[in-house]
Design a protein around this ligand. Structure first.
Ligand SMILES: Nc1ncnc2c1ncn2[C@@H]1O[C@H](COP(=O)(O)OP(=O)(O)OP(=O)(O)O)[C@@H](O)[C@H]1O
Ligand SMILES: [Mg+2]
Length: 508
């Protein structure tokens, strides 16, 4: 029997999976204690979990097994039947058996696969996977896929996972939109679930946190989420962008000054460090901190006291530091622009933000989230995205990550001339053409995705990621080079692996 899935054995069990992590104080939806667990693979009394089973020839043994596992099965042999079974505001798990459908039926299938309240698992075989349409449907709309024949228990586990995810989703209804939190973090994919778990754990400690991630991935939102969930939440969160303040002003901005400290210092100024007393100081773009301020910051981290410019008094300040960067700090250290001893102090705990392109279905969920948030910017009642827009969302590489997605959707809301946003409105028309993909290209893309996911899961600890992937550490390092995935994080691996300072409870 051959059985595989794109996440395969590495799918982590659904433990308290939440789609969102609201930042702005309680209630934290991603934290609802049993919302995810209740929908785990184990059925619970009194909870009806409906599973939509779409197949030309449904397997009665599979249906019977899933029923015995607590699923209420709704079987459909055609697209028409399936769309009649789905009620707009309910959540469903879905199995779509692609082996029985002819290629000309895929367009019809796409209309039901697009339903956001269904978490789909596809059944397929090798010959189907050579079809570009099948690969696209799986990539765009399914949480996972398995080769047939498949062990019933595996399928039960996967649909449990998919159901857990969608049941926490915003079901694209106006009511749901109204209850959205301004600053919530949206994420259902494994990498984001891991990020949410890390945020919760990290928030419980007082150690310094270093957030690494590409531009626009949500580093500041994560820092705020950590603060809001920490014991310091009642005190202030003070952000400072080290890259945006001229170097000669940074020292006084951070540590303040006394009256008369220099010409023009007419009155005492309290610096950002002092004003964050009791709370959290967020040092954004830490890589831009000049050496002078690096030395002062290091001294503060060692002594817990600051001295205002022109002052003699040592002032004790109690705060937690979170820092972030999108630049290669390793290169900065090599070139002597950033002090390694400071970096080690700042990076007791490390959080990696996944790039948007590695977040799978979240791209679409985020696009809908942004649409709901800003749709009043248009005089038209914009209701969603055209299929070509959805396709483009997945095909595009998102160098600017979530920030870019927000900007594109907001602009599209204004530009759209119909009730649906098109790829052209998103300025992504080039990313819609049905590109033919060779099997070699598909394999390469899948390999890159798997490596990126394993690295994220193990915070760039090569040894563990390599074990997950079933390859040697050396091979993994070589493949990372091939796929352009080596960066400063990899070079910190030695530290990450000797994580003397990293409390064990912070490691998943
Ligand atoms: N998971 C998410 N869900 C919803 N919104 C998000 C998410 N991640 C980021 N955002 C939004 O994307 C925008 C960029 O986020 P943020 O400023 O935190 O990113 P950043 O990594 O600090 O970016 P930069 O490197 O450019 O400073 C913000 O408007 C933020 O609210
Ligand atoms: Mg930022």
């Amino acid at each position: 029997m051959r059985e595989s899935s794109h996440l395969g054995a590495t799918v982590t069990p659904l433990a308290g999976a939440g789609q969102r992590l609201a930042v702005g104080g309680p209630p934290l939806a991603g934290d609802v204690p049993d919302a995810g667990r209740a929908r785990d693979a184990k059925p619970e009394a009194g909870i009806d979990r409906t599973l939509l089973y779409v197949a030309r020839t449904p397997d009665p043994l599979l249906s019977a097994y899933l029923k015995s596992r607590g699923w209420e099965i709704a079987t459909a042999r055609t697209v028409h039947e399936a769309s009649r079974l789905v009620k707009p505001e309910a959540a469903y798990a879905g199995i779509v058996d692609l082996t029985g459908f002819a290629p000309r039926e895929f367009t019809g299938l796409e209309t039901i696969l697009r339903l956001q309240q269904v978490g789909w698992i596809a059944l397929t075989d090798d010959s189907r996977l050579t079809d570009a349409d099948v690969r696209r449907l799986i990539r765009h709309y399914c949480f996972d896929y398995v080769h047939v024949p498949v062990a019933h228990a595996t399928l039960d586990y996967l649909v449990g996972h998919a159901y857990g995810m969608v049941s926490l989703c915003d079901l694209d209804t106006p009511g749901a939109a109204a209850s959205q939190d301004e600053d919530e973090m949206v994420g259902t994919c494994e990498a984001m679930q891991q990020l949410f778990r890390t945020i919760r754990k990290v928030a419980n400690t007082d150690a310094t946190v270093f957030i690494s991630g590409e531009s626009g991935t949500g580093k500041e939102l994560t820092a705020l989420a950590i603060h809001e969930r920490s014991a310091r939440r009642k005190a202030t969160f003070v952000p400072i962008n080290c890259g945006a303040i001229p170097h000669h002003l940074l020292q006084s901005e951070l540590f303040g000054y006394e009256r008369g400290a220099f010409t023009g210092a007419n009155q005492r100024k309290i610096g950002r460090v002092e004003s964050a007393n009791g709370g959290t100081l967020f040092l954004d773009e830490i890589g831009d901190l000049p050496l002078e301020s690096q030395a002062s910051l290091l001294r503060f981290l060692q002594e817990g006291k600051i001295e205002r410019l022109g002052g003699r008094e040592q002032i004790p300040v109690d705060l937690r530091i979170i820092s972030a960067t999108h630049v290669d700090l390793e290169a900065a250290m090599r070139e002597g622009r950033f002090r390694a001893d400071l970096f080690h102090r700042l990076c007791v705990l490390r959080v990696d933000e996944p790039p948007l392109r590695a977040r799978g279905k979240d791209i679409e969920i985020l696009a809908h989230h942004v649409l709901h948030k800003f749709k009043q910017d248009s005089a038209r009642r914009i209701r969603g995205f055209t299929p070509d827009a959805i396709e483009a969302l997945y095909n595009y590489n998102w160098p600017g990550n979530v920030r870019e997605l927000i900007n594109r959707v907001r602009r599209a809301i204004v530009m759209a001339e119909s009730k649906l946003i098109s790829a052209e409105d998103l300025d992504l028309a080039h990313f819609t053409a049905q590109q033919t993909v060779t099997l070699a290209q598909a394999r390469e893309a899948a390999e890159r995705r798997a490596i990126e996911a394993a690295l994220l899961r193990h915070r760039h600890r090569l040894t563990e990621a390599a074990v997950d992937l079933g390859i040697s550490r050396v091979t993994l390092y070589r493949l990372m080079g091939t796929h352009g995935l080596r960066d400063e994080k990899t070079l910190f691996v030695g530290e990450a692996e000797n994580q003397a300072e990293l409390p064990p409870d912070v490691q998943d």
